[in-house]
Design a protein. Structure first.
Length: 397
């Protein structure tokens, strides 16, 4: 057999994970100890409206107040440029020495944005459109209260702006410390558990599919897929199942550490085009899971080895199956999870009309090309039209 001109051993890759993760049930008890390692005089606590009323928020605020002054900022779900502008005003007037994000993905994303905005004075939304981030802001501590977004360990912040989802990915907004306590997610609602949990699965699957996957990211993503497969339905059915909550929290961290190094693929880009197009905005995980099975089936013939790996993580026996057949089995398993956890199964359920397909394709190509660039199979416009069309119930066509 002739030697191949290219071998994976010869490929160079980068992997970064500077965030310190303090992980485990009751990890929140380590907060004071970690704060001593990050001396500060003033802190900004960024949290959501519901989490802000909880005992854990009081606990975090009290811990911060014991070491310095603390002010809070409340962010809405899926924050937009208006919320970002208000956050910038708060961060720039306070000039905190520390920023703490407590809550779901939106709160953690906005905490990272607050740190960046405290040290950079241009139009807040401009940084999400490519403006250079010149200065590093104060250290960031992330404390997730739900599992799946991965925001606790990523250098990524996402906002909505005039119907578009915009994102920053920059080394300056890596959290310094993430305190991940699975017990904090015990009170999360079934719907929030489902959307956030499926998000971790999508992150992990797309990290493996990405053209920039590497052995470290793949190992993390593989285990994350298995954890979501084992525990998401359990956590949805019984929110007090601490073993299931622990499994999802670990999956979130592992998938976040994976995709922050590899980027994400076509399914995420497609989701960005319809998340705010329907009757009401959709939670991020619920949006992405709608497109994920279809993208997996589309990509499978181009990545047979990766498809077999993803199937293995889900416990699917691919012996004797083609890559296309394996992709279909993976898609079926994800759809089963979605059905069990009450997630929308097709675009009509979220108020999207088949008449919107061309507009969504245009939006994807014009505004979210970075996801296409990471996808292992490059779709034509006709391919994209077919993918969107396949996400509608046949009875609607």
């Amino acid at each position: 057999m002739e030697p191949k001109p290219y071998h994976p051993m010869l490929r160079l890759f980068n992997y970064q994970a500077p965030v310190k993760v303090v992980y485990g049930v009751n990890a929140i008890e380590r907060l004071n100890e970690e704060l001593k390692r990050l001396p500060f005089k003033s802190a900004l606590l960024v949290t959501g409206p519901n989490v802000g009323k909880t005992g854990v928020c009081k606990r975090v605020r009290d811990a911060l107040a014991s070491s310095g002054s603390v002010e809070a900022f409340t962010v809405p779900p899926e924050p937009d440029s208006e919320a970002l502008l208000a956050l910038a005003g708060k961060a720039r007037s306070l000039k905190p020495d520390l920023v703490v994000g407590l809550g779901g993905g939106s709160s953690l994303d906005m905490a990272k944005a607050a740190s960046m905005l405290a040290a950079n004075d241009k139009d807040p939304a401009s940084y999400f459109r490519g403006e250079r981030i010149a200065n590093k802001g104060p250290p960031i501590v992330t404390i997730p209260t739900i599992a799946g977004t991965g925001s606790e360990v990523t250098p990524i912040s996402v906002i909505a702006d005039r119907g578009l989802k915009l994102a920053i990915m920059h080394y300056h907004i890596y959290p310094a410390v993430s305190i991940v306590d699975p017990a904090l997610s015990l009170t999360a609602s079934p719907a929030a558990t489902a959307s956030s949990g499926i998000d971790a699965l999508c992150h992990a699957v797309e990290s493996i599919m990405s053209i920039d996957s590497n052995p470290i990211s793949t190992a993390l993503a593989f285990d994350a897929i298995g954890l979501v497969d084992d525990f998401l339905e359990r956590a949805y059915c019984n929110g007090e199942d601490i073993e299931a909550r622990n499994g999802l929290s670990m999956a979130s961290v592992m998938a976040g550490l994976a995709f922050s190094n590899t980027g994400l693929c076509l399914a995420h880009g497609m989701a960005y085009t319809y998340a705010y197009r329907g009757e009401k905005g959709q939670p991020h995980g619920a949006s992405v899971s709608l497109s994920e099975p279809h993208v997996i089936e589309f990509n499978a013939p181009a990545i047979p080895e990766k498809t077999a790996l993803i199937a293995g993580a889900l416990g699917i026996d691919t012996d004797g199956l083609t890559a296309t057949e394996s992709g279909s089995e993976i898609a079926c398993r994800i759809l089963d999870i979605m059905e069990t956890t009450g997630l929308p199964m097709e675009l009509g359920e979220i108020g999207i009309s088949p008449d919107s397909v061309d507009e969504m394709v245009d939006d994807l190509i014009a505004n979210h090309g970075r996801f296409i660039a990471k996808n292992p199979r490059k779709p034509s416009r006709e391919d994209l039209v077919g993918l969107y069309a396949g996400m509608f119930d046949d009875s609607e066509e």
